[in-house]
Design a protein. Structure first.
Length: 465
């Protein structure tokens, strides 16, 4: 086996192996020589097939018999319910249960980890680092919450000594990691089932920073209120270097100019008194900031800034982050993972800046009842940035319904903000509805963290017909 494979993970079984975070860890373990198996509700997905290509056994559906008696551990995420039959079988067999975050922490052991945290932008920033470090021949290991360019490209076991990973704050599991470099892109109230207040969010991020190894570095956004608050709280911490980035005066890595160029941007920064200009191959100010965070993190590991700036131009996007799905009848269809109001606003502003006079039509699927309950008004206000929107039913993911919480909360707020919004609760009717609205030159965004992404091909097919 390749070095770095924990003994307990020689024959792991993953419950929900098709998830973005779970599939990445499973792939890395398989690449390190483990005999990996798992189950997922969609055994025929592209992700499942990509895992099978690495020798992973993937069962469709959940059943006690999926779990082999000689499994050395069962890996779960916070989304796995206690009544899962495979989890019950593990208890009967005495097989230890390992949380996804503990498995990822074990894989990072002995390497130089960069942990990317923040309410928004983690996947993009982690991807930028993975692509640029790979372009420089450093062959990093990485675990990303989205695919780069093909199913299964969300993770890699590299021969280099750098490991880049998303640090998920949603359930506080990012407290398990001990990075050499930590990035905090932003900190806002989200994940309302686990955090009751913004103060709890700040405390959680502060704990995360406390896990940075002595002599390590925190890269933090200078102009974002939540990130700046955390920087203030950890200022003066012994053994921690804090590097700030942003457009404001006083940032250690100062962004002096962001020039939109269609669906790309040209970014100029001043770092250690030297000016650097490089291209970011996705539109929008927030993506430019993500790239500068990646630049600062790489420099903290000793990578020459000019080399890394050039390599960042190799990044061409990640699936579901303003991903162009295709064009038909003169209409472009773009997929956006945005599901928090800040993300929605940022992506809509980015597309507006790149679209010129084109109309922007949005198909929005709210994600989680708890998020809709707390932020539905702000989601509706974000949709006012589009020319017209269709709003779908709430995608529940791991949650049970909350009485009185429906998409109507968002629709009412959107209309109050002057938005042109229509409820469409039959997903099968969306393609026809968009085809009836769209004109040549329009841009259509499928937006949300759920299965709204699946509507892109159907919309393109309907437009073509």
């Amino acid at each position: 086996m390749k070095p770095g494979l924990p003994t307990a993970m020689e024959r792991p079984h993953f419950i929900g192996i098709g998830g973005a975070g779970m599939s990445g860890i499973a792939k890395i373990l398989a690449q390190r020589g483990a005999h990996v198996a798992g189950s997922d509700s969609r055994g025929d997905s592209e992700t499942a097939e990509a895992l099978r290509a690495h020798g992973v056994t993937v069962h469709g559906g959940h059943a006690a018999e999926n779990l082999a008696a000689d499994s050395t551990c069962v890996v779960v995420s916070s989304a796995i319910r206690a009544d899962n039959p495979e989890l019950a079988r593990a208890a009967e067999l005495g097989i230890p249960v390992v949380h996804r975050s503990d498995a990822l922490a074990a894989l990072m052991d002995g390497l130089r980890p960069i942990a990317v945290a923040g309410t928004h932008g983690k996947t993009t920033t982690t991807s930028m680092l993975a692509v640029s470090l790979s372009a420089l021949g450093l062959d990093p290991s990485y675990a990303i919450g989205g695919d780069l360019d093909a199913p299964g490209s969300n993770a890699h076991h590299g021969e280099g000594d750098i490991f880049v990973a998303e640090a998920d704050e949603s359930d506080r599991t990012f407290h398990k990691y001990t990075p050499q470099v930590a990035i905090i892109l932003n900190a806002e109230l989200d994940h309302h089932a686990n955090y009751a207040s913004i103060e709890e969010i700040y405390e959680s991020f502060e704990t995360f920073v406390g896990k940075v190894v002595p002599g390590g570095t925190l890269v933090v956004a200078h102009g974002q209120e939540g990130a700046a608050e955390i920087a203030r709280r950890v200022a003066g911490k012994e053994g921690l270097t804090v590097v700030t980035y942003g457009e404001e005066e006083g940032a250690d890595v100062r962004i002096t100019k962001i020039t939109p160029r269609g669906l790309t941007s040209e970014v100029t920064v001043v770092l250690d008194g030297r000016m650097l200009t490089f291209t970011v191959s996705v539109p929008g100010r927030h993506y430019a900031h993500n790239a500068v965070a990646a630049l600062a993190a790489g420099v903290a590991l000793g990578i020459p800034a000019h080399n890394l700036a050039s390599a960042l131009g190799k990044y061409t996007g990640v699936k579901r982050r303003l991903q162009l799905k295709g064009e038909a009848a003169g209409v472009q269809v773009i997929d956006s993972y945005a599901h928090h109001p800040t993300e929605m606003t940022a992506d809509l502003e980015a597309i507006r800046g790149a679209a010129g006079d084109a109309r922007i039509l949005v198909v929005f699927q709210p994600h989680l009842f708890s998020r809709t309950q707390e932020l539905g008004k702000e989601m509706g206000q974000s949709l006012a940035l589009a020319d017209a929107s269709l709003v779908l039913d709430i995608y529940p993911a791991r949650e049970d319904p909350i009485p009185g919480v429906t998409s109507e909360l968002i629709i009412a707020a959107a209309r109050s903000a002057g938005a042109d919004v229509t409820a469409e609760y039959d997903k099968a009717a969306v393609a026809d509805a968009i085809a009836g609205m769209a004109k040549p030159g329009d841009l259509v965004l499928t937006m949300g963290a759920g299965d709204v992404t699946d509507l892109g091909p159907a919309i393109l097919a309907r437009l073509s017909s």
